[in-house]
Design a protein around this ligand. Structure first.
Ligand SMILES: [Zn+2]
Length: 595
């Protein structure tokens, strides 16, 4: 448990949510947005608009966004730390209204800049635009898929009452049902969040009951989920054709800054190596003293896991020690997050679930949120989010705002690497084989989910688009069959699935996000990429550290394909991904040696 309140302090930016400076700053930004409109709109054209003008405009937009980010950071995070306080909600609403006005006023910039670059492609290699080269390349990749201003506006308007509502319906339906679960022999009526958290309960019957209760009920309501997924996916097929994307995957490749070949090689590697994961599942069954795992056992804690409790100070010293063993800068930056109260970790009614880290460009720092109650997995969460913070410290010191944020796959480099550094330290400190077994099982469970289970979601999503393309009707039974086919490619016959589990796809919000598809493979990619990095670190030792720092300092100024070359990786080669698998196998070997 936390002894004192671990709450974040935004006084470096604003005195509090009633600070009059927030409104003043919004007014100033609004004037600046209007100035963009009056001085620039309609003028980004050759020949009068020069390269120097473009470079100056980029810098102006960057400054604007860095200022906007500070207001957003305080409004959003204050709300997330205490959602029940009306003034926090009022502040967030005020920001969101303000932000919509700004976005509408500045929407012309993307269209005009895109067209200008498309008409003058040669200029992106000009030294005057050197800092913005990769940024411009990405604009150019996306430009051919933009529609006319009117078509874009129509899509926004139609989506508001169409797919966005289907997506919301899925979330509301899931979260407003009552789930009847037997918790340690006692019947309880639970919310989705409460029932879902029992999937890792130490009592097996409780886990089984939670799975059956959730998916049994969702299966009864399958018509809702089927209609939502069918319409969101069907809409995407139509929209991506209109936008002239070559396939439903194409748009995500631009967003994630990767190529289709790389993703196909990655998924093939997973498919070729499912036996590695299945080997771990067999060991896990043995550790749980079961002849075969059921679906309720995949993420179960081990029977003899020592349930150690940690104080906040323990967590603090463990993560800083883990970072220090790697590099003094990492420790210094993490320590700065503690010293400046940039961490919100106390449990609190009305606080947002989960954990995240927001970067703060102007402060060259970050703010992170989690709920710490003293468990080992929460120390893993702490180092994961602090890894994101270290990444932000490094990138903001070396990049301008357009180049600071890595794409989704690159964003998980320092966070996942941090978890491995903590694993090294915990294994070193562990006093009994049981402790070591628990640590290794923890990371094998987590990486197993991120690399293998998430791959099943990739195949499932692809198969839905293929079915729509063939003119098949996606009814509940068909969607379930497609899900089970993807799932079974990973698990084979190693796991016993309850009948209710055919409806497992109903709850995953990622399948229903409008206009943002394939929220899956970046996790797989990041997991194997970081495992490969860790393997290089283990062989190269200190020689690896400056290269890793270079990768993190590069932020989003280069694609992961280019950054990987700094450590000798060629992520376009199919065999590259085997490196990550080897590391997973290595952890399994270590675990097997202990039992
Ligand atoms: Zn993360």
């Amino acid at each position: 448990m936390t002894e004192k309140e671990i709450a974040w302090d935004f006084s470096e930016i604003y005195k509090g949510c009633d600070d009059p400076k927030i409104t003043q700053d919004m007014e100033i930004l609004l004037k600046r947005a209007e100035e963009f409109e009056t001085t620039i709109k309609g003028k980004i054209k050759t020949p009068q608009f020069t390269l120097q003008d473009l470079s100056d405009l980029f810098r102006k937009i960057e400054d604007f966004h860095a200022d906007l980010e500070e207001i957003e950071l305080v409004c959003e995070n204050t709300y997330n730390a205490l959602m029940t306080l009306p003034e926090n909600k009022a502040l967030l609403n005020k920001f969101e209204d303000f932000n919509t006005i700004i976005a509408t006023k500045l929407a012309f910039l993307d269209l005009e800049i895109g067209k200008f670059l498309n008409d003058n492609k040669h200029i992106i290699s000009d030294p005057a635009l050197e800092n913005y080269k990769h940024y411009c390349e990405n604009i150019l990749l996306d430009f051919p898929h933009q529609l006319s201003e009117v078509e874009e506006q129509l899509i926004v308007e139609k989506d508001q009452y169409g797919i966005k509502e289907w997506s919301r319906l899925q979330g509301i339906w899931l979260n407003t049902q009552e789930y009847k679960v037997m918790v340690e022999g006692e019947e309880k009526i639970l919310s989705y969040g409460e029932a879902n958290s029992l999937f890792t309960h130490p009592d097996r019957n409780t886990r089984i009951s939670a799975n059956k209760a959730i998916y049994g009920l969702l299966g009864k309501h399958q018509e809702i989920f089927t209609a939502a997924i069918r319409n969101v996916c069907g809409d995407w097929m139509k929209t991506s054709k209109r936008r002239k994307f070559t396939n439903p995957l194409h748009s995500s490749l631009i967003v994630n800054d990767v190529t289709e070949d790389t993703i196909m090689n990655l998924m093939k590697t997973i498919e070729n190596n499912v036996d590695v994961y299945r080997r771990y599942l067999n060991i896990k069954a043995k550790l749980l003293k079961l002849p075969k795992l059921s679906c309720a056992d995949i993420m179960a804690p081990l029977l003899e896991t020592p349930h150690k409790k940690y104080t906040w100070d323990d967590a603090h010293s463990l993560v800083t020690e883990a970072f220090n063993k790697f590099n003094a800068k990492f420790e210094e930056y993490a320590e700065d997050m503690f010293n400046k109260n940039h961490i919100d970790a106390s449990p609190r009614m009305g606080k947002r679930n989960g954990a995240y880290c927001s970067s703060w460009y102007k402060g060259k720092s970050a703010f992170m949120l989690q709920t710490f109650t003293g468990n080992l997995n929460e120390i893993y969460t702490l180092i994961h989010e602090l890894g994101h913070a270290v990444h932000a410290y490094l990138a903001s010191r070396n990049q301008t705002p357009f180049n600071v944020h890595p794409g989704y796959p690159g964003a998980e480099c320092a966070s996942t690497f941090g978890e491995l550094l903590l694993t090294d330290l915990l294994l070193e400190k562990a006093e009994t084989p049981q402790e070591k077994i628990a640590i290794l099982a923890h990371i094998l469970d987590d990486a197993g989910q991120a690399a293998f289970q998430v791959s099943a979601r990739f195949w499932f999503e692809t198969s839905m688009y293929e079915a729509i393309e063939k003119g098949q009707n996606l009814d509940g039974e068909t969607v379930s069959k497609l899900w089970c086919a993807g799932r079974d490619k990973i698990y084979g016959k190693r796991v016993e699935w309850f009948d209710e589990m055919i409806w497992e796809w109903t709850m995953k919000g990622h399948y229903y996000i409008p206009n943002f598809r394939y929220y899956n493979y970046p996790y797989v990619l990041a997991q194997l990429f970081v495992y490969a990095l860790y393997r290089v670190y283990k062989t190269e030792g200190n020689e690896f550290i400056p290269k890793f720092i270079k990768i993190l300092s590069s932020g989003g100024s280069q694609s992961l394909e280019v950054l990987g070359k700094l450590v000798g990786f060629d992520i376009t080669k199919p065999e590259f991904w085997e490196l990550g698998i080897k590391q997973y196998e290595d952890f399994i070997n270590q675990l097997e040696d202990l039992i």
